[in-house]
Design a protein around this ligand. Structure first.
Ligand SMILES: [Zn+2]
Ligand SMILES: [Zn+2]
Length: 261
């Protein structure tokens, strides 16, 4: 269900990117998108298994607590609070995936993309998806009393904004600046895909742009077309195809061999 929204939105964006791209691709954009979509399909299957298990083995409330249950907010307000909780959780988890070497191995898959377009939003390694879902479903949600249904609402919002902030379309700067007051935009997220580490380690926000401003991880750049996307250790074409993407967390590109620690 959620995926229908994602694929329709991706299809529209991909069509528009073909008409008037912000940056002209040096590679075959269809082949590029197909690899990222393959990653998405692989993840979808795994996520359905997790949700299936979560339904039949409800997450144990390790905290014996439910903050939202105690607050007893009107449903609409509760949804807003849930969206904020999920998004700030995603923000801090994103920082952790950059700072903790083991997590970075999985998250770097998102950063090895040499051409950022709407399909890059789909490029998340299953290892990272598993870590974040287990953390949210088993630890964070029971504490707040967040339901699977509420999580799904956030997931739809997250997925659509992720596609939006990866688009390879020339949004007018004024419009980008206006949207950026609240939501993470392409200009903001492009900096996060820079191959320079001081730029990669900034603009961690997923849906809302204000976490970065609040926690001083916000960065702007004047000439965004000077950016180089990707990671310097992973520019070889083998890291751009589906099998290469899957094994990226387990390799040492410097030694050019598998490295499971
Ligand atoms: Zn990142
Ligand atoms: Zn990204």
């Amino acid at each position: 269900m959620k995926e229908i929204f994602e694929f329709v939105f991706l299809g529209i964006m991909f069509f528009l990117e073909g008409k008037s791209p912000w940056l002209t691709f040096k590679a075959d954009r269809w082949h590029h998108a197909a690899q990222n979509i393959a990653v998405k399909f692989f993840n979808m299957i795994s996520i359905y298994v997790i949700f299936f298990l979560a339904k039949y083995f409800p997450p144990i409330n390790v905290w014996n607590f439910s903050l939202l249950g105690k607050l007893n907010l009107p449903y609409f307000l509760e949804i807003i609070v849930v969206i904020f909780i999920c998004d700030i959780g995603t923000y801090f988890l994103h920082i952790a995936t950059h700072q903790v070497p083991f997590l970075w191995r999985f998250h770097r898959v998102h950063h090895t993309d040499l051409f950022v377009d709407a399909s890059t939003a789909f490029r998340t390694h299953i290892g990272e998806t598993l870590v974040s879902n287990v953390l949210f479903l088993f630890f964070i949600f029971p504490f707040f009393g967040i339901t699977l249904q509420q999580y799904l609402i956030y997931q739809i919002l997250y997925a659509l904004v992720a596609i939006f902030n990866h688009i390879n379309l020339p949004l007018p700067d004024e419009l980008d600046d206006f949207i950026k007051i609240l939501i993470v935009t392409p200009n903001m997220h492009r900096i996060h895909h820079s191959d320079k580490i001081f730029e990669t380690n900034s603009n961690y926000g997923s849906v809302f742009s204000f976490w970065d401003r609040l926690f001083k991880t916000y960065k702007v750049k004047e000439n965004l077309k000077e950016l180089n996307f990707g990671l310097k250790e992973f520019t070889h074409p083998r890291w751009q195809d589906f099998p290469g993407i899957l094994i990226t967390p387990f390799v040492s590109p410097v030694k050019n061999r598998l490295n499971f620690y």
